[in-house]
Design a protein around this ligand. Structure first.
Ligand code: PPS
Length: 302
């Protein structure tokens, strides 16, 4: 596997304890300080590797927590409704101790960096994962919009960066394995993006049960409608209009982009796919985790 452009470390990232972080938003000291962040028993954390369905699940969670109507929060940025624990500057109520319970947080942090208090198993963690071939394609399109990022001139260049983990927050394999292998340390619900695509209704019911929230059918229907791809595609807040300019150049793409399973086939060469499969086999061996790589699998298995 070779690209014409050498893969250099991205200037907008720094390396800390084996992972990569964004210089613009965090320092190593701040990341380390999160270990002692005081967790409340009713906190709800949404954890993802980037491009795995974060904004979608942020939307689902904030809808569930307000019975589907969002309680007049329609005009509040997603980053304020479900702020990232590692990026407090990105939201309005930056002192997280002043937020009302139940607090909703999102994070891309590898498991070793999250607050230790999550391990008392009272607060809830929802971990959403997506097949990594679609993750890398989605990430490739996204990095083109990130103002400070080192831009990959072609997909192969980004593909190599992704495999090497030279992206925030590091290697997909490390993130997934770290969380999956330590899942028993947390009160955790594992969800797959592809299951949300296939049957959002079932996943919403599963999340409600996990959170102990009782929503009637009408409220569940509203959650599903307001979290649908078409609604979110039209929603400026879901498309990160609040990050427009300084962080994202939204002239170069859309955040809620395609929302497909198997879109990697439109960009990955056979050789890249085979390289990926080989690494995947080696890295994931022995883990009872499987992914849906292509939506046609559902049709064929019927
Ligand atoms: S980020 O930057 O890490 O927060 O990105 P993240 O939100 O995790 O992932 C973005 C991808 O999720 C897709 N998306 C959706 N898919 C289906 N339904 C809905 N409602 C939805 N909302 C967002 C979004 O389009 C990105 O995937 P791609 O493959 O690029 O389309």
């Amino acid at each position: 596997m070779s690209s014409n452009t050498p893969v250099a470390q991205d200037d907008h990232l720094y390396r800390h304890k084996g992972s990569f972080f964004l210089k613009k938003w965090t320092t190593p000291e701040f990341i380390d300080s999160l270990q002692d962040f005081k967790i409340r028993d009713d906190d709800i954390f949404l954890i993802t590797y980037p491009k795995s369905g974060t904004i979608w699940t942020q939307q689902v969670l904030s809808l569930i927590c307000s019975d589907g109507h969002r309680n007049g929060t329609e005009n509040i940025n997603t980053s304020d409704r479900v702020p990232f624990i590692e990026f407090p500057q990105s939201c309005d109520v930056t002192d997280y101790n002043n937020r009302c319970s139940p607090r909703l947080f999102a994070s891309h942090l590898p498991n070793e960096f999250v607050p230790q208090g999550l391990k008392n198993k009272k607060a809830k963690v929802i971990y959403v994962m997506r097949n990594p071939k679609d993750v890398v394609k989605s990430f490739y399109h996204f990095q083109a919009m990130v103002v400070d990022a080192q831009k990959s001139p072609d997909f192969n260049h980004f593909f190599e960066k992704f495999l090497n983990g030279h992206v925030y927050p590091g290697r997909w394999f490390d993130h997934i394995k770290g969380w999956y292998m330590n899942k028993d340390d947390y009160n955790i619900l594992l969800i797959k993006y592809e299951d949300m695509i296939k049957d959002l209704h079932s996943v919403v019911i599963q999340i409600c049960a996990f959170l102990g929230m009782e929503l009637n059918e009408e409220a569940i229907d509203i959650v599903i409608r307001k979290a649908s791809f078409n609604e979110m595609k039209m929603d400026p807040l879901a498309n990160k209009k609040d990050f427009s300019g300084g962080t994202l150049d939204l002239n170069l793409g859309t955040f809620v982009r395609k929302g497909a399973v198997g879109d990697w086939k439109n960009i990955m060469t056979v050789a890249q796919s085979e390289t990926f499969d080989k690494i995947y086999q080696e890295e994931m061996e022995g883990l009872s985790l499987d992914f849906t790589w292509d939506a046609t699998e559902w049709i064929e298995n019927k």
